[in-house]
Design a binder for this molecule. Sequence first.
Ligand SMILES: Cc1cc2nc3c(=O)[nH]c(=O)nc-3n(C[C@H](O)[C@H](O)[C@H](O)COP(=O)(O)OP(=O)(O)OC[C@H]3O[C@@H](n4cnc5c(N)ncnc54)[C@H](O)[C@@H]3O)c2cc1C
Length: 384
Amino acid sequence: MSKFNFPFIKETNELSNLRKEVREFITTCINNNEFTPSPDAWVFSADPSFSKKLGSKGWLGMSFPKEYGGHQRTALERYVVTEELLSLGAPVAAHWIADRQSGSQILRYGNEKQKSSIIPRITAGECFFAIGMSEPDSGSDLASVKTKATKTKNGWKLEGRKIWSTGAHLAHYMIVLARTSPASEKNRHEGLSQFLVDLSLPNVKITGIPDMTGQRHFNETLFDNVELSDDSLLGEEGKGWKQVVGELALERSGPERFLSHFTLLDSFINEFRNSLIHSGTKIVGKLISEIQTLRRMSFSVASMLQSGESPETQAAFVKELGNKFEKMMIETLREFSNIVPLHEWPNQLQNLFEDATLRIPSNSLRGGTTEIMKGIIARQLGLR
Ligand SMILES: Cc1cc2nc3c(=O)[nH]c(=O)nc-3n(C[C@H](O)[C@H](O)[C@H](O)COP(=O)(O)OP(=O)(O)OC[C@H]3O[C@@H](n4cnc5c(N)ncnc54)[C@H](O)[C@@H]3O)c2cc1C
């Protein structure tokens, strides 16, 4: 067990008070019809004006340094805020990636100009990011990316195609993983670099891809010989693999990996409160106990990030178990429809259920597949 340390962290009074403050703020927004809570809101529900509002409350870039407009609060405080936003279905998609991973990546590897020009805008809720990792022929095997950046006299020339770029149509920047020199025979992770690419540059073409619900949230992003300035390089040339692995720990460990459809569970419990007392206590009890375990694990990863660790394996656990939980939730609710048939559920709840049934299968693809998460865990166990 020592290989998988998940320190036990208790929520302090300060954190509980912050939670209360955020919950009150979001509830007021809902009561004022500023938004309708929605499932998977961190991917599908973007409202730049809401992002700006969160920025002005000090709830974006919470752990970033004050000199770049941040608030120097702890990763645990940020965790509490994100949990409240997700569980109440707030429209956070516009800023989600910037606040979750791109800002931290720039603070960790960026130069002074990159930090001072971008971080304050992320913190204000005015600058959004997309993730440029996957390509048409490179997903799980990320080291095989073919997007290429070639050194020119004044900077770099970027050529290639990224796919499934969530929110790229709304984003100002994408952090692109590209090959800057051939992989060596011994180490295919060598020769990769990360670039901070302004998506408004000429020869960047973003085309939406509808998912199977018909909604458009991800895209294909084409870089057709895009000219990048010298200081578009993020971090060190050739060290992109190490950098991207650290970024994935930020991407995989958060509460969005198990709270994406919490609005469904919440509405379900509220609707069937009385029938559940007679026949469904066990059903709901199992789901709630799973959520509590996942919360503890994810909160604990936040504390490890806070202390400067890179908990990639723990993040893989949270992602894999979180995905499994969301699938189990759908199956559990489907079983309940043997007690109260689906057509007798209120329309809004039926819609949430049908929507989740279509979307949840993709959760174990985005951010890395089940097999890849299990592979990371197996490696840590010394099994491969
Ligand atoms: C909703 C959504 C949003 C996304 N957003 C983004 C984004 O913003 N930016 C971005 O860059 N990408 C994004 N992705 C892409 C996502 O990261 C990839 O889909 C994922 O990494 C899998 O890659 P792939 O689709 O190419 O599948 P593949 O890698 O081709 O995998 C196909 C199947 O083979 C299995 N497999 C592959 N390799 C192995 C192995 N070594 N051992 C065992 N099994 C294996 C996989 O588990 C999977 O079941 C998104 C995907 C989705 C669904």
